[in-house]
Structures are given as structure tokens and as C-alpha cells.
Design a protein around this ligand. Structure first.
Ligand code: ATP
Ligand code: MG
Length: 396
């Protein structure tokens, strides 16, 4: 392809897939293309690798956002392709390290050659020695460190020779939409965006749902949730946020249930609405940011009660994680700063002073039914507001 740059994409777990590897790779290709829409691309799939030729009109930041946020990409690098002939390979390597300032010629490096084509007359070790020589000719001060090099230069002998330097890390995991679809309960807190990231990493496509209790929760709280949805949208390959007007339901629960039960009743009501909307969007599971024992509603008994109020499978990817680990991940994916903004979510304002910590499932189920809240919830579902986010994180 003319006026284009070649990128090599490394696949991890996908390469281990057996018969359905093809469908995983196809999905990965589609997901990357979705983020490069409007630019010419050409794709070539080879064992364990996908080669993307991308038009030079595409800004580098767009390419980095695309490859850095698409699950299934374990690492990527700009790459030069040439004839499988050692003199040509050496010339190409010179061009590569001249184009990509090789750490300005200081520090340590290592050459990593791989032969997919075993008929190539040199061994990997011989290729490494030859490329090491090339680097030394240009940067005499650089030294080889095979254990912990600052930089690496790679040469893969396949249908042609492919050369690249230190790959950038991708997010790993499996391509979104290879594992079905679910509904992420997205609050304004630290945990739920991370939960969404974690499930997307396993290939789950997700819509998001937010329960908004205006004016008890401010418009700023809703804006915060929208910002969080936009921040995780690239990882989710775009997402639809369903905003549920939840004030009437919250007030009904406050009036019709015992104070220590209100949180449990909120959660049951949320499950009812989330299930209905998930089903209408062809989803088949619910995802939350709960972690065992983090708060009263996250004890075994409380979670068992919530589960019993959901027809769809409830997934809690953070259930065994430490708060600090969750915060670290939130910082890594860029949601932390938004999550810690002060606007409170509805559960905080309506939460009881002494919530039931070890509820009896069947007793609570009975109390929930006695409230007869479902007509109100149906009304809330009808008044849902929808906001769509593209894979670039922007609203549509
Ligand atoms: P988070 O940090 O995600 O807000 P949390 O530690 O504050 O979680 P809870 O408030 O008990 O815990 O909420 C547990 C989970 O329930 C959240 O992770 C989220 O998935 C869901 N949730 C809570 N409140 C809402 C809401 N207003 N809208 C949508 N989902 C919610
Ligand atoms: Mg919260």
C-alpha cells in the first residue's frame, strides 16, 4: 500500500485458541479497524501476528489510541519489511534505528531474531550477532545486555523479513464481543469503571446503566458518570449509557421498607431494571464493581440476596481484589481522577446508618415483593435517557 506505515501486532492468548482462533483474530481486526475508521488500512494475518498497514494520513495518536486500547493486542510496533537476504536486512536495520532514534545511542540493547521460515540459511543466533554488529557500527557506545536490555531490535523471518524495535505494550486479553454481551452497573465511584475494564479484557461487550436520583444526586454526578463512560468507551469498543430516573423508586423504598433494609431493596430494584434493559439490548449478564466485604451490601449474604433478584448471571470481577489494587488499576486506565471527584452517588445519600449486614435471603425477598415497587420501576425504564459513546470515547 502506498504512503502507509506498517505495524506489527502481537497476539497473546488468542494464539492459543484452537479451531476458533480465526474468529478471534477476525474480531480483533474489526475492532482495530473500527478505531481507524476513515483511514485506508490493509491487513495481513499470520500465525501469532497481525500486520496492519495504515495510511500516513492517520495521526500517530489515533494509531496509538487504537492499538493501546484494543483488547487482544499484547504489544505493537512500527515495523519495516524487506527481502529475506542478510545484506538487505542489515541495511533495513540501519534505516530503522536511524529513523527511530535508538535511545540516542546510549545504554544497552539486545537483538531478538525469530525464524518462522526455518529454511533461512542463518540461525537466529547468527542473525542476532549480525544485527548487533549493525547497531555497534552506528552507536559504538551501546552495549549488549541479554537479560535486562533498555532497548530491543527484532527481526522475524517469515514470508519476508520484518524488523522493529522495542514493542509498546497493548492491553492484552481477548477482543471485545468474542464473549457475548452484558450490562455494566456504572456508578460514579472508583470500582465500577475498573470492573467494566476487567470484563472487556475477557472479551465481553457491555452497555452501561446508571441510576440517577435527581436532585438527591446532582447533574454533576451524572456528568461524572458520562465522563467515566467516555473514558472506558475505547476499551469497550464504544458503549451505550442508559440513565435511569431513579428518584421515585428511591423515595418509594424509603417509605415502604425498614431503614436497615433500604440498601438491599435499592439493589434488588437496580437488578430488576438492569435485567430488563440488558435483555432488551440482547445482553445476558450483569456486571458490578462489588468486592467482598468492602461495604455492608457486599457481604456474602447481601450478594447472595442480590444474585437471587437477578435472572441474569451477575459477574463481579473485582470480588477478590484489594481496594489498593483496584485504585492502581483505575489510575492505570485513567479513570481514577474522575472517580474521586466529590459528587456523591445515590446510594451514599440514601444509605442507612446501620444496614443489615447478614440478611436472610428469603425474608428480604418477601419484603421486596411486599413493597410492590415494580410498576414504578417499569415507569422508570420507560423514561430512560440514552447516551451513545463511540470507540473513540466521543458522544455520538
Ligand atoms: P463504586 O466504586 O463502583 O461506586 P462502591 O464501592 O461505591 O462501588 P456500592 O455503592 O455498594 O459500592 O456499589 C456497588 C456496585 O453497585 C457498584 O460498583 C456499581 O456497579 C453498582 N452501583 C451502585 N450505585 C449505582 C448507581 N447509582 N448506578 C449504577 N450502578 C450503581
Ligand atoms: Mg459507589
Amino acid at each position: 500500500m502506498k504512503d502507509s506505515t506498517l505495524y506489527l501486532i502481537r497476539l497473546g492468548e488468542i494464539s492459543l485458541k484452537g479451531l476458533n482462533r480465526d474468529s478471534f483474530e477476525k474480531r480483533l481486526k474489526q475492532n482495530i479497524k473500527q478505531k481507524l475508521k476513515g483511514y485506508r488500512t490493509q491487513v495481513n494475518r499470520q500465525k501469532g501476528r497481525i500486520f496492519f498497514e495504515i495510511s500516513n494520513e492517520c495521526p500517530k495518536e489515533t494509531i496509538e489510541l487504537a492499538l493501546g486500547t484494543t483488547f487482544g493486542v499484547v504489544g505493537y510496533s512500527r515495523c519495516l519489511r524487506c527481502e529475506k537476504e542478510i545484506s538487505v536486512i542489515r541495511e533495513t536495520a540501519k534505516r530503522l534505528i536511524a529513523e527511530e532514534p535508538f535511545n540516542k545511542g546510549v545504554g544497552t540493547f539486545k537483538s531478538i531474531a525469530k525464524r518462522a521460515d526455518k529454511s533461512f540459511p542463518m540461525t537466529s543466533y547468527e542473525i542476532d550477532c549480525s544485527l548487533g554488529e549493525v547497531v555497534h557500527e552506528i552507536y559504538p557506545e551501546m552495549t549488549v545486555d541479554v537479560k535486562h536490555p533498555d532497548l530491543t531490535i527484532h527481526c522475524e523471518i517469515r514470508d519476508q523479513a520484518y524488523l522493529y524495535t522495542s514493542p509498546k505494550p497493548g492491553p492484552g486479553g481477548l477482543p471485545v464481543s468474542t464473549a457475548g454481551k452484558g450490562m455494566l452497573l456504572l456508578s460514579g465511584g472508583i470500582d465500577s469503571p475498573v470492573a467494566g475494564y476487567r470484563m472487556a479484557q475477557r472479551g465481553l461487550k457491555m452497555d452501561c446503566i446508571y441510576f440517577h436520583a435527581y436532585p438527591y444526586t446532582s447533574d454533576q454526578a451524572l456528568e461524572k458518570v458520562k465522563t467515566l463512560a467516555s473514558l472506558i468507551a475505547p476499551y469497550l469498543q464504544g458503549t451505550r449509557l442508559h440513565v435511569i430516573p431513579f428518584t421515585e423508586a428511591q423515595l418509594w423504598i424509603k417509605q415502604h421498607s425498614r431503614e436497615d433494609e433500604t440498601t438491599l431493596m435499592f439493589r434488588a430494584a437496580m437488578m430488576y431494571v438492569a435485567n430488563a434493559i440488558s435483555k432488551s439490548q440482547e445482553g445476558s449478564c450483569i456486571v458490578t464493581g462489588e468486592a467482598l466485604s468492602q461495604v455492608a451490601s457486599q457481604t456474602l449474604e447481601s450478594m447472595a440476596f442480590t444474585d437471587s433478584m437477578s435472572e441474569q448471571l451477575v459477574l463481579r470481577p473485582l470480588v477478590g481484589m484489594d481496594k489498593q489494587e483496584i485504585m492502581n488499576l483505575a489510575m492505570k486506565i485513567g479513570t481514577y481522577e474522575t472517580s474521586i471527584l466529590p459528587y456523591e452517588d445515590c446510594c451514599v445519600i440514601f444509605s442507612p446508618k446501620h444496614p443489615l449486614v447478614h440478611p436472610d435471603k428469603s425474608v428480604e425477598q418477601e419484603h421486596y415483593r411486599a413493597m410492590a415497587i415494580e410498576p414504578l420501576l417499569e415507569e422508570a425504564i420507560k423514561n430512560t435517557e440514552i447516551v451513545d459513546f463511540g470507540a473513540d470515547g466521543l458522544t455520538r
